[in-house]
Design a protein around this ligand. Sequence first.
Ligand code: AMP
Length: 437
Amino acid sequence: MAQKVQGTEDLYGGYMRAWQHMLDVARDLYGSYGFDQIETPAIEQVDTFVHGIGESTDVVRKEMFRVFSGALLPDVMERGSEAHLKPRQRMAMRPEGTAGVVRAAVENNFVPQGGAPVKVWYGEAMFRGERPQKGRLRQFHQVGVEVLGASDPALDAEVIIMLMQFFERLGFSRDALMLRINSMGDAACRPAYRKSVRQFILDHADEMCEDCLERAEVNPLRAFDCKNDHCREVMTAAPLAKDNLCDDCAAHYAQVKAYLDEAGVAYVEDPTLVRGLDYYTRTVFEVDVAGSGVGAIGGGGRYDGLMELEGGRPTPGIGYAVGFERIYLALKALGISLETSAEPCVYVACTPDQRAKVFSVAQQLRAAGVRTEEDYQGRSLKSQFKQADKVGARICVVLGADEVAAGVATVRDMASHEQVKVPLDELAAYVAPRLAK
Ligand code: AMP
């Protein structure tokens, strides 16, 4: 039997409707904040991710699914290297959404200098070559937002508030959500801070894991969220970002917190929150659901240097992404279902001699926007009624020879079992409002 790739899922039935529901909530909420939807390609040039996410990150070093066209693959295999390929021939599946959106903004000049900020949201599949486990997939789905062109701390607070509102609209209570925030500094203060963390790791080299020793050289801040408990314990004594911010970053962070306080948004300051991607500057944030066992359900931050890394003019930016699959699991752990019920429908049943009439009545109902089911297997009337029940039909329209001769249909309300006769040419007008109720 053919099998799906490990760490991927099929979305269908209630699970698919849950994903669609999440997209509907996003469209509604982000629309009210003036965001437009964007979709960038699922494959980009590797450089788009390397420049943005950072060469030293796990996502780029270990987790990116690389793409070689069938024509190029034998050549790459034979040489054992892709060094001879042109940059445009080196491709990867997107592991996250921000780098692609920023690349698109640079390429299409979305953010004219001095213009109003650009606000976009997306809902799409992401791909990471991780070891599959609960809440960790190789193809998963994210909804995310990006705002390009403003550095106002009020925007940081607004974006965080929007994130919390999104979670609430999906069914979480505020109490179930833990929002953690931090500031990672910027180009002015981070290099010195990185250096001091590197030195701290080297000073404690005999207490830390191999990975952290490697991190000291390539990405020292990641030692704060090492999977090894002992490393994290050691790192509690390391210099903290919030104590090493330059005046501008400190003022920005203080203002973000003041806006969140004013809006009554509860948060925990977590000086060890560093996030996995290199492009973040200043405000970073993550949201967990206590006891859900799935890790963070969403996170993001400011990335004021990213537009330049992608070859654009200096343009500040901020955004976040949430993971559909983890939200689904976290809600489930709280006894809440993200699944919406199937759309209500009408079932058109008939005696065998009226099959052709069902065909035309069903067409007529569908043209009026009514979700309509019918039988294609020559079932008995009794078994058609059973089928109507099974597909959750609210109304069953019955066409027998007598009805058709009289130009009417028997319309049965599946809940109350009430039956009325309705002229065939008034059927759609009769049924549609009863389904909408
Ligand atoms: P990140 O870009 O890593 O911060 O991811 C943002 C959100 O996407 C996380 O908070 C998760 O909800 C979700 N996510 C990230 N990686 C995965 C994965 N491998 N499988 C499922 N969801 C993920």
